[in-house]
Design a protein around this ligand. Sequence first.
Ligand SMILES: [Zn+2]
Length: 439
Amino acid sequence: MLQNLQAEESYWDAKHEALSRDGLEALQVDRLRETVRRARRAPFYRERLQEISLEDIRSPQDVAHLPFTTKQDLRDAYPYGFLCQPKDRFVRLHVSSGTTGQATAVFYTRKDLDTWADLMARCLYMTGARPGDTFQNLTGYGLFTGGLGFHYGAERLGMLTIPSGAGNSKRQIQLMKDFDTTVIHIIPSYALRLMDVMQELGLDPKRDLSLRIAYLGAEPYSEEVRSRVEAFYGVKVFNSYGLSEMNGPGVAFECRFQNGLHIWEDAYLVEIVDPDTLEPVPEGRLGELVLTTLTREGMPLIRYRTKDLTRILPGDCPCGRPHRRLDRIQGRSDDMFILKGVNIFPIQVEQVLMAIPEVGNNYRIVLDRQNNVDTMTVEVEVTDKIFVEDMRHLQRIRNRITKELKSELLVTPAVSLVEPHSLPKNDGKAVRLIDRRNL
Ligand SMILES: [Zn+2]
């Protein structure tokens, strides 16, 4: 059975997708040496890598002798401290928003953009997208790497690409109808919001549209949201992972077996470390994802601490690719909040809510402090159908949500049911957490 599956698998880049594990590791060693050699030309790494001898890099594990790089390092060296080529060799830069501090910048040479587009095309092809598909990109363009990253990958693959951008839901739907869109890229909160718009218009995507594949990424989302989106749109949803420091999307992606995300180990060297001790954790154990770029020529990054918590899934994938698989990201260590001494990820709240059918597609978490006690209120939109029903029913739903949240989070939040479509709407990334405790 396994061999049959492997024989059927077709690759965008067989040279890098279908090589043996030994072949992959040999390639990693070559590329890691080259990366260190190049990185030494960047002001940030010049002294830090001085003592490293290239001959001492004999296995991928030898990356552990190199120093870590953090987001703070990127901020401190802003804007040019990580460039290892003259400025006139670069053709693009993306700046990540400085919501929690100073901005960071990532620069691309022409070759870096080419490599990235090819990596993205590899991801999309792996999920079954083909030339002949129409791809509609419903994410923001501009400085957000998700927009242009998917755009160039889709064109490289040969899909007819519609750069529709985020928002303007009615026009999005019109474009889907007029050009028989089959593949979409959309952020999870907008996918939920667009569902509401389609329902209001009386549109059933399974009957009225041609969609078959959806890529969801850029925000954490739960399996419950995936199920909702798949059921409503009639698509197969694929999970995408990337971060702007590592180009953007295209770092890891689900194959059609959807048992974790293959991380492209010919382009990124993977480590999972304990976030406190920075020592490697055993395979299968949760830890912080640390990545080293292996193909970037203009701005290599060594042992970059992503702050994303995940694990390497043990075992081989039936698709036959030797690239190991990451578990779904558990959340950024930055997203976590602490309430009454308990660590909570917003995604835990989403998992509970989205599994309850009476819950609509929008919610938010409000943290506050009253009389020196931290409080947490979860505001939940209910579906149109429920809101007109009697108060006793609403009370039952509220009790159920409270009970299930308490069992998941180990603290008891206040739950407030609100009218459908009454919470603030967002066509960009959703703001799910309002923390008023330090105001
Ligand atoms: Zn696979």
